[in-house]
Design a protein around this ligand. Structure first.
Ligand code: SF4
Length: 213
């Protein structure tokens, strides 16, 4: 599946929906990721062949735009780059697609859900590319300190990943209207408070998501 939405906590192919009104449309463009998170759905979720987010091949920009052309963008409430992998592994393609979607519908909100490690992946600052194309960047904070973050994400960039992710969030603020750091509620109140302090210091929003098995 390249374009999908979430329904009753399941990944659903857009093509199988009766109505797309107010749909949050997710773009699944890569399965690559520099992390191996202990909680990653890629390791835990069993999916049927027709609803799988495992890609046989990464779709090209043309293939993704052809998928979008099957629908009326006015029906969508949001487009989210997300999926079974880190979307910013393909930052140039994300930017190209977001730019094309904005040409067709300027007010379509576009979000990236990311681990925030794109600047380590690409060894350059990618955040200026977001300007005028991306409305929301939602970054997985996961934990209140570098040690716990590393234990959870097992990032191939090692212990420095936590600080790099925070630096990325700070840089995004110059180019993106809404920058969010997210955690899941099961980390507990104390850690959520420490995460809130990190967000306050960065002047970004903390989103506490309910944990779903
Ligand atoms: S960053 Fe996301 S895609 Fe990558 S391993 Fe962690 S949960 Fe999975």
């Amino acid at each position: 599946m390249i374009l999908y939405t979430l329904k009753d906590n399941q990944f659903v192919d857009l093509a199988s929906l009766d109505s797309l009104e107010d749909a949050h449309v997710y773009v699944n463009l890569t399965n690559r990721c520099p992390c191996a998170c202990t909680f990653c759905l890629r390791q835990t979720k069993v999916m049927s062949e027709s609803h799988t987010l495992w890609l046989k091949e990464e779709p090209t920009v043309d293939e993704i735009m052809k998928e979008f052309q099957k629908y009326d963008l006015d029906d969508f409430s949001e487009v989210v780059f997300c999926g079974f992998g880190e979307p910013l592994e393909r930052v140039d393609e994300v930017i190209q697609i977001a730019g094309l979607l904005k040409l067709y519908r300027r007010d379509l909100p576009i979000r990236i859900n990311t681990n925030g490690l794109a600047n380590l992946i690409h060894q350059r600052d990618v955040t200026p590319q977001f300007k005028g194309r991306i409305d929301i960047v939602s970054i997985s904070l996961n934990a209140p300190d570098e040690k716990e973050y590393y234990e959870l994400t097992r990032s191939r960039f090692g212990i420095e990943s936590f600080q790099a992710m925070l630096d990325f969030a700070k840089k995004c603020k110059a180019y993106v209207p809404h920058v969010i750091l997210s955690v899941v509620d099961i980390i507990g109140e104390d850690k959520i408070k420490r995460c809130q302090k990190i967000c306050d210091d960065l002047n970004v929003t903390l989103r506490v998501r309910p944990f779903e098995e």
